[in-house]
Design a protein around this ligand. Structure first.
Ligand code: DMJ
Length: 456
């Protein structure tokens, strides 16, 4: 037993020396270029599969080689999410094909109710960025038409939107909404006001996100679900994961994009409360847990792929040290289970949801950490994460999500955010800074870059 312990300790020591040496090792320009090329090849491979088996649909189902359509008619989720990624990656032929498809086939006159949040972050954002990058007027005409069809969702007593709205009739449904789906409209609707000069979009989205802020608890946290008719919380679980995450992200980024101080004040109050109430410090880095929004009492120790975004946001908003500790936990989560699982319990070290659906947040934080610190260990982290996705998710027609990261069993899904976000961050980690200049662009929650307004 003593001998075993000695061998174990020795091998751990060797392992940590190798990791430290790797951290310090030079990551040469040709290695960066190789990573960029790998990502470009992956984007081309996935697009080829979409073209062959799902042309004109929302997504490709990579295992059955079928088209997936979200609603009654395709809204071209994949081409719209992918267009700016192709442009940034210099994949001009692919960008051209996506553009032609959008300009000739996209039409929002669909007899269906749609989820306001998903349609906004993928389509409205994608079209706005396409317009800013490419200048073709039809992109913004489509964006305005879509936004006008979504606007009835905001007609509630509180100004916080319903979750669903019918694209033809404006009929709404689902009055129990959540901070992420309410708040993560601000960049898109606000930007549309700036582009068109019509203030109604900014006003509606600001009223909605600020209403969530006004509903915060005495300890400056928000819960998981709120009734948009009454303004009452119906679920007081507080955390930085699903249903809340990008509400915080949009407060900070809305301040950056529009220079409106109300967003800054709100973000800073929340950010302090998050750091005070939600961080669990462990030997593997700092994870984030769940509490009751009113008392701050811990009610869960689940962490996962979505939560990983906060390291980047934290560093980007000025606190690099906390970002660093959380990214350490993010990377632990990734390497502990081959590829990060959707959720695991960081206290018991056990997986509670083993899927990997191409979530980009860990790569996103790695990108911010590298850009902000220039520390080469983030390039090594990026390499490990990106290569594990490319190796284990690839099939003959594209890339498939994983049902179980522990067995690498594949799932029949290739989400449009694989193009919009995952491949984009994978590329940006290694690409020259000028590919995306922090001082000129703010990335939306779906990683669509919006040009910054000049504000005083
Ligand atoms: C994306 O649609 C967005 O990043 C959203 O904020 C969260 N979910 C997915 C990616 O995980």
């Amino acid at each position: 037993m003593v001998k075993f312990k000695f061998i174990f300790a020795l091998s751990m020591l060797c392992f940590s020396i190798i990791v430290k040496a790797q951290d310090a090792a030079l990551f040469s320009d040709s290695m960066k270029k190789d990573m960029c090329d790998q990502v470009k090849n992956a984007a081309q491979h996935a697009w080829k599969g979409y073209k062959l088996y799902a042309w004109g649909a929302d997504d490709l189902k990579p295992l059955t080689k079928e088209a997936k359509i979200w609603y009654k008619k395709s809204m071209l989720m994949t081409p719209v999410d992918a267009f700016d990624t192709f442009t940034l990656l210099g994949l001009n032929a692919e960008a051209h094909e996506a553009k032609q498809l959008i300009l000739t086939q996209l039409n929002f006159n669909i007899d269906n109710d749609v989820q306001v949040f998903e349609i906004t972050i993928r389509l409205l954002a994608g079209l706005i960025t396409a317009y800013e990058l490419d200048g073709t007027k039809k992109f913004i005409t489509l964006a305005i038409d879509l936004a006008d069809r979504l606007m009835p969702a905001f007609n509630t007593p509180t100004g916080m939107p319903y979750r669903y709205v019918h694209l033809q009739t404006g009929k709404t449904r689902d009055h129990i909404n959540n901070p992420a789906e309410i708040g993560t409209l601000m960049l898109e609707f606000g930007k549309l006001s700036k582009i068109t000069g019509n203030k109604k979009y900014y006003a509606a989205a600001k009223k909605a996100i600020m209403q969530v802020y006004k509903s915060r608890s005495v300890i400056d946290l928000v819960g998981e679900q709120i009734d948009v008719k009454t303004g009452k919380w119906v679920n007081t679980r507080s955390h930085i994961g699903a249903y809340i995450d990008s509400y915080y992200e949009y407060l900070y980024k809305s301040w950056l994009l529009f220079g409106d101080n109300d967003f800054k004040i709100a973000f800073e109050n929340h950010n302090q409360a998050i750091k005070k109430n939600l961080i669990s410090k462990t030997d593997h880095g700092w994870f984030m847990h769940q509490v009751d929004m009113n008392t701050g009492k811990e009610i869960g120790t689940t962490y996962g792929a979505l939560e990983a975004f906060y390291a980047g946001l934290c560093a980007f908003s000025g606190d690099i040290e906390t970002g660093r500790k959380i990214q350490e936990a993010n990377y632990y989560m990734w390497t502990r289970f081959n590829i990060e699982p959707e959720e695991f319990n960081f206290k018991t070290d056990s997986v509670s949801n083993a899927s990997y659906v191409f979530r980009p947040e860990n790569l996103e934080s790695c990108f911010y950490m590298y850009r902000l610190t220039r520390q080469v260990n983030y390039l090594w982290q990026g390499k490990v994460m990106v290569e594990s996705i490319l190796d284990h998710c690839k099939n003959e027609v594209g890339f498939a999500a994983l049902k179980d990261v522990q067995t690498f069993e594949k799932a029949n899904s290739m989400e449009s955010f694989f193009f919009g976000e995952t491949l984009k961050y994978a590329y940006l980690i290694f690409a020259p800074d000028k590919t995306l200049d922090f001082n000129q662009y703010v990335l939306t929650t779906e990683a669509h870059p919006f040009k910054m307004e000049r504000h005083n």
